[in-house]
Design a protein around this ligand. Sequence first.
Ligand code: SF4
Length: 302
Amino acid sequence: MQLKIVEDIIKLKKQRNAVILAHLYERPEMQDIADFVGDSLELSRKARDTEADVIAFCGVRFMGETAKILNPQKIVLMPNEDAGCPMADMVTADDVYELRRKHPNAAVVCYVNSSAEVKAASDICCTSSNAIKVVKSLKEEEIIFVPDKNLGHYVSKFVPNKKFILYSGYCPIHDSVTSSDVDKVRASYPDAPILAHPECTPDVLDMADFIGSTAQIIDYAINSNEKTLIIGTENGVLHQLKKLCKDKEFIMLNNSMVCPDMKKATYESLFNALDKLQYKVELDEKLTEKAYGSLDRMLSVH
Ligand code: SF4
């Protein structure tokens, strides 16, 4: 049954000339059926550069929107219409305009985990992989950073000459990890390095041995000589870690680091997406152009 649907998806993918992209937080089987698996930055680049006619995006809405903004002539499909990101929903374009009124000399940097409207209202986007580089590339001395207060706080420590105005958003999954989780895991695995995502709170990040995006955490684990590593990001990343580092053991910093929205895509919803060409990401043309500017500026930062 399972195999039949996999075959059907692959057949449909060819018929539609589609590419399947999956985020590293997706279910293991969705990562395995995808043509490309990656973090937000890697997937943005794949979406921009693909020659396929259809992009089926196993991820959450802001990722599908980002693909559509970067490659608007393609059909972008979300297998699950209701796969959203609670952090992205915490800020609106009006919130950004209000902050701009209060801080007219500031540049607005928005984390890619934001709606197309927020991207259009911002000057430049960033991901957790490139946020420090993006902020350093700006001439403005004041930075409005939306929506993730934790990522913004982390970045601000690397750019002490700039003043940060942090929005109050956060990822409920990463923000829920506490310093007592770190204490507990340290007590059980005193020698294992703790690798944390910058969406975690400053308290947790202060106790981590390495801080990086999901892709950077994977790179660190691959290159580490340690046999046991503690993972402080969404548990979907364990799938690639176990595939790429067969001789290593991975322990979650907190077992509740599971994003329900990232687990919505299934074989069935992906099959339906390719079969019925649903759910299409549709964006207003002017909005797309403005949001493209923010993403394009980000992708030109090296
Ligand atoms: S893990 Fe956090 S930031 Fe990522 S989609 Fe889920 S809620 Fe949003």
